[in-house]
Design a protein around this ligand. Structure first.
Ligand code: SOE
Length: 377
């Protein structure tokens, strides 16, 4: 059936800031890029401030603005609720939307901690709607190709992964306080914000589970300017961890928001018995592939329509950007709703990541002691 002949799925986004914008952009473009996906209608953008929300809704292409998220999810013409609010609101909003019978997309990290994430997994299992988690980097074409190559055995058996996610936006000691720097609204700092992406990639690239964790968190700037004077920072600025995985795989993790010189560098290296793969988000359209133990690293430009997530975009060689990953994510959710298949990443995938994040935090509190995760997260 052509998109035009299908009843559009009504979408609401909760949250008007950075992620609300990124997701709105995706909902606005998904039909143009991936016409095979069921059509989506942008019904409501919900936010807390009336003027900001109305302005954002008009700019981003929403039919209506609302400051009442509960009324928004109760609407009959809303089928999909996309939660883009600060972390402490994810569980309450996602569970309410699932209980209202909606399909739900939640921006990462899933929750503040593993207990909350478990409640969200239980709510998703009991609900008629589908629940998806927004690890958008799963839909970077180069990373999807990396997954295929590893799964096809192109680099032999995986032995080790090196994962880092480095940004610099908190390097300035005068960078202001935000919800991302308070434990009660964000859960953790660089660890949850950036480490969640990196850990998800470690898990999907290897197909293994994490069985043991040791870690260290550091807050280098203990106070930041708030609207009424200095405020304490209650989350980490940077974190390090060593992960043991099933299959004899070892991974290192380094995340930082004070990494001068790195803007948005999610760096992943997978070392196999017979080759290796390297990726850096600052070069989003490239994958460096080494085939064979003594092979040369070769740069693959991942911009062909035959590469994953690229068929709807431009002719060969026309590069994509960070925003494209959210468009592919929206398309996959719409397709899953039509087929009834569980979209990935699921809330359960998010819970596995959350267990590793919690273990890194616990290990750090115990001076780096190894935390055993039994059969693995
Ligand atoms: C901010 O540090 C942030 O926007 C993350 O929250 C996103 O998940 C990441 O994609 C880019 O950086």
């Amino acid at each position: 059936m052509s998109a035009a002949a299908r009843r559009p799925l009504g979408v609401a986004v909760l949250g008007t800031a950075f992620m609300g914008r990124a997701h709105s952009h995706a909902w606005r473009n998904v039909g143009a890029v991936f016409p095979d996906a069921p059509p989506a209608a942008m019904r409501v953008l919900a936010g807390s401030d009336p003027d900001r929300t109305a302005d954002a809704a008009a700019r981003l292409g929403w039919a209506e603005a609302s400051t009442d998220w509960r009324a928004t999810i109760a609407r009959d013409d809303v089928d999909v609720v996309d939660v883009c609010t600060p972390g402490h609101l994810h569980a309450e909003m996602a569970i309410a939307a699932l209980e209202a019978g909606k399909h739900v997309l939640v921006e990462k990290p899933l929750a503040l901690d593993a207990d909350e994430a478990e409640r969200m997994v239980a709510a998703a299992a009991a609900a008629p709607g589908l629940a998806m988690l927004g690890f958008n980097y799963r839909r970077v074409p180069a990373l999807a190709l990396a997954r295929q190559l590893v799964a096809d055995g192109a680099i032999g058996r995986v032995r080790a992964v090196r994962a880092a996610y480095l940004q610099d936006w908190l390097a300035d000691p005068d960078a202001p306080m935000t919800w991302r720097l308070r434990a009660e609204t964000a859960g953790s700092g660089a660890l949850g914000d950036l480490g969640s992406h990196a850990i998800d990639q470690i898990l999907v690239l290897t197909g293994e589970r994490v069985t043991g964790v040791s870690g260290a968190l550091r807050t280098v700037q203990p106070e930041r300017p708030g609207p009424h004077g200095p405020e304490p920072v209650t989350v980490d600025d940077a974190a390090w961890a060593h992960l043991d995985l099933t299959g004899g795989v070892t991974a290192s993790l380094e995340v930082s928001r004070i990494a001068v010189g790195r803007k948005n560098a999610l760096q992943l290296e997978v070392h196999g018995t017979d080759g290796a793969i390297a990726f850096d988000l600052e070069r989003l359209n490239e994958l460096v592939v080494t085939r064979g133990r003594d092979g040369w690293p070769e740069r693959v430009l991942v911009t062909e329509p035959t590469h994953p997530h690229l068929d709807g975009w431009w002719p060969p060689g026309h590069a994509l950007g960070w925003d494209s990953t959210f468009v592919a994510q929206a398309a996959d959710l719409l397709r899953a709703i039509e087929s009834g298949e569980q979209p990935r990443p699921s809330f359960a995938d998010g819970l596995a990541v959350q267990r590793v994040l919690d273990a890194v935090g616990r290990s750090s509190q115990r001076g780096g002691t190894r935390i055993d995760l039994g059969d693995g997260a």
